[in-house]
Design a protein around this ligand. Sequence first.
Ligand code: PLP
Length: 391
Amino acid sequence: MKITEIDNILAEIEAKYEYRKITDYKMVSSTTCIDRDGLEYGVLCSNNYLGFTHALEVHDGNLDGILYGTGSGSSRLISGSSFELSDFEKEIAGFKGAEDAIVFNTGYMANLGVLYALAGKDDVIFSDSLNHASIIDGCRISRAKVVVYDHSNMADLENKLMSTEVGNDSQRFIVSDGVFSMDGDIAKLPELVALKEKYNACLIIDDAHALGVIGEHGGGTADYYEIDPKRIDIQIGTMSKALGAEGGFAASTHSIVEYLRNRSRPFIFSTALPPGVARAAYTSLQLLKEDPKFYLSRLWSNARYMRRNLIELGLTVIDGETPIIPIVMGDSAKALEFAEKCRDRGVLVYAIRPPAVPEGTSRIRVTVTAAHSKAELDSYLADIKEVIKEL
Ligand SMILES: *Cc1c(COP(=O)(O)O)cnc(C)c1O
């Protein structure tokens, strides 16, 4: 690509209804925001599943941490770690049922950091076709051979495990989202664990949308299936969704985590998260641990309520049980128009278009949180009903 061609390329993107513009919003609560003109919107597109971004306890945690610096000053291998980050690692490891955990600056960097450090050019990564972009990029940067299997198709995965040659000193990896970020469906963990054990593979599950969302304790995919989490070799997660802060982590055995501390470039060569952010995530985790039922029952009941009502409005909703509710639109122009009309009525939903999803499968993604009241959901549903009429 020549950079002199960029304006033409942008015009092509716009012609395909795939141009993205960033709008400024001030989040005045965990479910509402205002734009620069002071107009208010209901937010149905955030991953702030438990509303922790605006919880007073979490703010207090954040401020406690800020006392020790708004920034951390350097990589933890150079100037040491804040207490807050190391404390979070201990807590999250325990919560995920793992021996140890390592924090990266984002969930994106966690996937990059794990795959880059552990997989090399003689290894093979078996990757679900709908895995998150950060897994795809992690696969690329690792230089391992990548074998993509059909989405959640365990027969296809087993065929590919059987038919792909792996050298004696090489490792097979199986990597999958726990909850798929675009369709909101849940990975078939029992089968993935059985296959990883049968074929001696290293299983990596990315629970970015699962932590604080599924499982009786909000523990994620292993919790949901009541499977011993130690049967997953590496559990990836983010502090930026249900935990309402920022950052990512990998929870695993002591040795794998120590190896990552020594060899993972995204961990080593980036300044650590500030203590306030770590303390905010830590506080969110404490709140969730203290009363999982309080948060999760609201989240799940809101998700069921929204799903049922969207279907009743005649929309094609992809079946599922998570708070990620995809509404199939097909073409990008249609998805974009739907989202814009919702916005005109003060409701923010997200139009997902290529390259995030395959051509022709554009959709509206609605996400609900535990912080939404039934009254809020009803008012958004009434707006969506009007939008459907208009179209
Ligand atoms: C959001 C997401 C990430 C990235 O996490 P960030 O903390 O936002 O960088 C990684 N994996 C999946 C599956 C995600 O949905």
